[in-house]
Design a protein around this ligand. Structure first.
Ligand code: UP5
Ligand code: MG
Length: 190
C-alpha cells in the first residue's frame, strides 16, 4: 500500500529544449521516477498495442496522441512504481491533456518546470540528435514547434497563473541549466 499523495512535477518545453537531459540529472541527484510521455508512447509502438500504428502516425506528423491513451500509460507507470516522486516529461501538451490527467488521476502537479529555449536552438538540437527518431526531421520539427506554440503554451500560461510555474533559461551548457533546476528540488535532497 502507498501512503500519502505522490509528489508530481510536470516538465515542459518545446521539442529538443532539453527536458529528457535535465530529467536524467534530477533522477540522479534527487531520486525521482522519470516518466517521459514520448518514451512511453514510443515503447507502445514497439509492443503489440492496438494503438501502435495510430501512435506511430501521430508522432510522425508531430501531432498529439489522444489524451486517454497517454494518460492510461502514465497511470500504469505511476501505479506500478514504488517511488512516489514523479517527473512527468513532455505532458500535458494541450489543455485537453491537462484536463484528462486531472480527471483520470485526480491530481494536479505540485510544480511545473518550463525550459524556455529559442526555436533556432531547439531545431539545431533536434536535428543534431541522430538517434533515429522518426520525428527528428525538418518537416516534422516545424509541425512540432507550431503545435507547441498553439497548444502547449496555453497550458504553461495556465500554470503560471496558478503560481506553479518555474521558467528556466534553457540556453547554456547542461550543467549551467541544471544549476537553475537544482534549487527547485532542494526539499527533496536525499
Ligand atoms: N541537448 C540537451 N541539452 C543541451 C544543452 N544544454 N546544450 C546543447 N545540447 C543539448 O535534448 C535534445 C538534444 O539536445 C539531445 O541530443 C541532447 O543531448 C541535446 P533532449 O533532452 O532529448 O530534449 P527534449 O526536450 O527531451 O526533446 P524531445 O525531442 O524529446 O522533446 P519533444 O517534446 O519534442 O518529444 P517527446 O518525446 O516528448 O514527444 C514526441 C512526440 O510524441 C510528440 O511530438 C507527440 O507527437 C507525441 N506525444 C504526445 O502525443 N503526447 C504526449 O503526451 C507526449 C508526446
Ligand atoms: Mg524527450
Amino acid at each position: 500500500p502507498k501512503y500519502g499523495a505522490p509528489f508530481l512535477t510536470f516538465v515542459l518545453g518545446g521539442p529538443g529544449c532539453g527536458k529528457g537531459t535535465q530529467c536524467a540529472k534530477i533522477v540522479e541527484t534527487f531520486g525521482f521516477k522519470h516518466l517521459s510521455a514520448g518514451d512511453l508512447l514510443r515503447r507502445e509502438i514497439e509492443s503489440d498495442s492496438e494503438y501502435g500504428s495510430m501512435i506511430l502516425n501521430t508522432i510522425k506528423e508531430g501531432r498529439i496522441v489522444p489524451s486517454e491513451v497517454t494518460v492510461k500509460l502514465i497511470q500504469r507507470e505511476m501505479e506500478s512504481s514504488d517511488n512516489q516522486k514523479f517527473l512527468i516529461d513532455g505532458f500535458p501538451r494541450c489543455e485537453e491533456n491537462r484536463r484528462a490527467f486531472e480527471k483520470i488521476i485526480g491530481a494536479e502537479p505540485d510544480m511545473v518546470l518550463f525550459f524556455d529555449c529559442p526555436e533556432d536552438e531547439m531545431v539545431k538540437r533536434v536535428l543534431n540528435r541522430n538517434q533515429g527518431r522518426i520525428d527528428d526531421n525538418i518537416e516534422t520539427v516545424k509541425t512540432r514547434l507550431k503545435v507547441f506554440e498553439a497548444l502547449n503554451l496555453p497550458v504553461i500560461n495556465y500554470y503560471a497563473k496558478k503560481g506553479k510555474l518555474h521558467k528556466i533559461n534553457a540556453i547554456g551548457s547542461v550543467d549551467e541549466i541544471f544549476e537553475q533546476v537544482q534549487p527547485l528540488f532542494a526539499a527533496h535532497k536525499n
